[in-house]
Write a protein that binds this ligand. Structure first.
Ligand code: ZN
Ligand code: ZN
Length: 357
């Protein structure tokens, strides 16, 4: 089994056109420890594998861990399903199966990542696009390697139609029940899902989406919205009754940095971190902006935007911004014991976000 190879690239969601920045590990190529491992696959750059890569398609299984899905590969090409835990859903709601498409060259013993294709994980055509899938997408681990090897051999011996069904089944199971897959594992209640129409500020497109924002600190449980909100799903227009007097104090909240001493009386605007996706219009990596209507007894999510933050001025209407790096810097003990001034914090924010001041 290979180790430590990584891939990176961008790909579009087939439903909404959002651009996703994708990266992960693949263990599909055999390592030759001492030389050929820790390869970094980006589109267009050949990487040595040290053996004729077409060997990977010569048998029903590969490296005792991968199984052939479609019967007929495309000439000169190897298409690999990513690991089960690298499957994800777009904020438009479409569960996605990334497929790494490599050009293979037996003569030079190299493979070249051509592209990462994003496919609708629940549509039946995924199997027709994949040559090799990891055993975790087809063989349940029962705690015993002999049983595993036996199950993998049985799977590999099935007809192409049955193998396609098996892959489809594994993908359906991975995405079964939105409450199970929408939250990343381990983040659960500290996170808030904001749902509703969201507008791209660059192109004006409005689309129904679900966006995650870590409104509650994962460790100390401080909620950005005060004691009345502990996490969960929040939709635009829904009013939550909660004490909101905390807004009077000029202090940071959880991992959110306060950008101004006083905030407006009737609104509160939060900006999330820079995401690994951007609008299909090509504006760049976006952040989620959430505007709340507030009074002393509660709040309601007024609107959601996607904004590409490039300069400090882009944050003029933002009250609190997600910035764990700044919060950690502020909580670190200082040699001179002096409190950190806001200007210094903002400079740090600009450095961390690579913003023009
Ligand atoms: Zn999408
Ligand atoms: Zn846009």
């Amino acid at each position: 089994m290979g180790a430590f190879d990584e891939y990176a690239g961008t790909a579009r969601c087939p439903l909404c056109g959002d651009i996703h920045r994708l990266s992960g590990q693949t263990k599909i190529f055999l390592p030759e420890f001492g030389e050929l491992h820790a390869r970094y696959f980006v589109p267009g750059t050949p990487q040595p594998v040290g053996y004729p890569p077409s060997e990977m398609l010569a048998a029903p299984t590969w490296d005792d861990n991968w199984w052939r899905v479609r019967a007929q590969p495309e000439p000169g090409c190897l298409a690999v399903a990513v690991d089960r835990d690298e499957l994800f859903a777009c904020s438009c709601g479409l569960p996605l199966a990334p497929v790494l498409r490599f050009a293979i060259d037996d003569q030079s013993r190299t493979v070249t990542l051509l592209e990462i294709e994003l496919l609708d994980a629940l549509a039946s055509q995924v199997a027709a696009r994949v040559d090799l899938a990891d055993a975790a997408l087809g063989v349940p681990w029962k705690g015993d390697y002999t049983v595993f090897a036996h199950d993998l051999a049985l799977l590999a011996a099935l007809s192409p139609t049955e193998r396609a069904l098996r892959l489809q089944q594994a993908l359906v199971e991975r995405f079964e029940g939105p409450e199970r897959w929408h939250f990343a594992a381990g983040m659960k209640l500290a996170w808030t899902e904001l749902s509703g129409p969201i507008q791209c500020e660059a192109c004006g497109t409005v689309r129904e989406r679900v966006s995650d924002l870590p409104l509650t600190h994962p460790f100390d449980n401080t909620s950005v919205l005060g004691e009345g909100w502990r996490g969960g799903r929040l939709r635009t227009g829904v009013r939550i009754t909660a004490p909101m007097g905390w807004r009077a104090a000029d202090e940071n909240r959880g991992y959110f940095l306060r950008l101004r001493p006083s905030v407006p009386a009737s609104t509160l605007t939060l900006c999330g971190g820079r995401e690994s996706w951007g609008c299909g219009c090509g504006a760049g990596w976006a952040s989620v902006l959430a505007r709340f209507n507030v009074d002393d007894d509660g709040f309601a999510l007024a609107w959601l935007h996607r904004r590409v933050v490039r300069t400090l001025a882009d944050l003029d209407d933002v009250d609190l911004i997600y910035s764990p790096a700044c919060i950690l810097m502020l909580s670190a003990p200082r040699l001179d014991g002096r409190p950190v001034e806001r200007a210094e914090v903002l400079r740090q924010l600009c450095r961390g976000w690579n913003l023009a001041e």
